[in-house]
Design a protein around this ligand. Structure first.
Ligand code: NAP
Length: 414
């Protein structure tokens, strides 16, 4: 194997979440024994220098690499120097493809924060065969969507196997607590998906397909039931409402099942929703969430309204929750799983910091380190071949240990 200059390059170190990630890695390497050769990258030397200056003494040793997300030659040169790239340059549907192409050209491993299912599907269709040939492992969705959902189900299935010797073929995830804000990049990505879907009926149909990310021969014929309205959930004795990230997480979890040979069952069903509470108050809150989501979708579909929202109401690229808001944020997810024989179990996944940024930066950092260290190809520590994987099919218990020890997450049976 060729000797490369770097183990990990952070592409998009200047983005809102890229700065959190970069700071997290610098602090991690300053306090932990694990050390790797890493660099920061992006399109602007000046902006990257500014990020480097904020990293303290350890940052001074971190090299800067300049590459534009639209310049294939520069991206190829970047990927040829490193074993792993972690990217926060989004919306990925607008900027992400040339970097995927450079990674599969060079056999470079890659992880990111995209939740744009239509783009992920397009990348799998176009580049999976080449990724398998070049041994490049591509792992999308390594932030709040979809690490807690995907690894939460992975963890629940392990408990189910240990206790019942059978998978939980029906799993529901309910968001109990979610405290945090949105950044300009996330808002831009969300509005981009809604507008693309509004303009393209075929894409709308694709996005509704629960198995959109699964290989064609996934073998699960089960009809999935999604939470589209306010409902009472007897498993939690509370009202529930649609969860905005469900459309991504549910598809990723289904892909994990398909890629693991239907280890969760070929009749596996999964859905997500948020808990809004008991009684009339819970019901009214659920109805309010449904109306709020509907109003946001309508506003996003209309170009003039979405432009006004982006200009005056929503965070702009580079903006997001303050450091205080990030620290004050947290999340708690509850999962209930049922086997075909009717046995059931509950699991809780929690995280400190706000889910989309403070916590996402740490999850993405640990996913990148897991690729660079635990699953290093040249160290032969990994049996995972090239291709497009989900967090739960690329990583294993070592990732859960990393998340628990270093990223403020907890996984436990309740
Ligand atoms: N899955 C999750 O849980 C989660 C959570 C948070 C964010 N996200 C996603 O992560 C992405 C980043 O979000 P954000 O709010 O951090 O974004 P942001 O602050 O708007 O930053 C965008 C980044 O893209 C870079 N960029 C734009 N065009 C480029 C080009 N041609 N070449 C190189 N770099 C270019 C920008 O570089 P400059 O600084 O040079 O302009 C900047 O670093 C979004 O897609 C968002 O949806 C996902």
């Amino acid at each position: 194997m060729t000797k490369l200059n770097y183990d990990l390059v952070v592409f998009g170190a200047t983005s809102f979440v890229g700065q959190i990630l970069t700071q997290y890695l610098a602090e991690y390497f300053a306090t932990q024994k694990e050390q790797i050769r890493w660099a920061i990258a992006g399109r602007s030397q000046q902006k990257l220098q500014h990020v480097k200056d904020t990293l303290g003494p350890i940052g001074q040793a971190v090299p800067i690499l300049v590459a534009d997300a639209n310049n294939q030659t520069e991206l190829d040169a970047l990927c040829a120097q490193t074993r792993v790239v972690v990217s926060t340059v989004g919306p990925y549907a607008l900027y992400g493809e040339p970097l995927i192409q450079a990674c599969v050209n060079n056999g470079t491993d890659y992880c990111d924060l995209t939740g744009e299912t239509q783009w992920i599907k397009h990348m799998i269709t176009k580049y999976e065969a080449q990724a398998q040939q070049s041994s490049s492992r591509i792992i999308h969705c390594c932030g709040f969507d979809s690490v807690p959902s995907d690894m939460g189900v992975y963890y629940l299935q392990q408990q189910a196997q240990q206790q019942f010797n059978a998978p939980a073929t029906q799993v529901s995830m309910r968001v109990k607590t979610l405290k945090g804000g949105a950044s300009g990049g996330t808002v831009a990505s969300l509005i981009n998906v809604i507008q693309e879907a509004a303009a393209d009926p075929a894409l709308r149909k694709d996005l509704l397909n629960p198995y959109i990310l699964c290989p064609a021969d996934h073998g699960n014929t089960q009809r999935q039931t999604y939470i589209k309205s306010a409902k009472f959930d007897p498993d939690f004795n509370a009202w529930i409402a649609p969860f905005v990230m469900a459309a991504v997480n549910e598809r990723v979890v289904q892909r994990s099942n398909a890629l693991s040979g239907n280890a969760y069952g070929n009749n596996f069903r999964y859905n997500e929703a948020i808990l809004t509470g008991e009684g009339l108050k819970g019901r009214l809150k659920a109805l309010a969430v449904v109306s709020g989501l509907g109003a946001f979708m309508l506003a996003a579909v209309s170009k003039p309204i979405s432009q006004v929202m982006e200009r005056y109401l929503l965070p702009k690229p580079g903006e997001g929750p303050t450091p205080e808001q990030q620290l004050a944020g947290r999340f708690e997810l509850r999962f209930v799983g049922k086997t075909d024989a009717g046995q059931s179990l509950k699991v809780k996944v929690t995280g400190d910091r706000d889910p989309g940024y403070g916590s996402t930066g740490k999850m993405l950092g640990q996913a990148a380190l897991s690729l660079a260290i635990d699953h290093a190809k040249d160290g032969e520590k990994s049996t995972v071949q090239g291709g497009f994987w989900t967090p739960a099919t690329m990583f294993d218990d070592r990732f859960i240990q990393r998340l628990t020890k270093h990223a403020g997450l907890s996984f436990e049976q309740v």
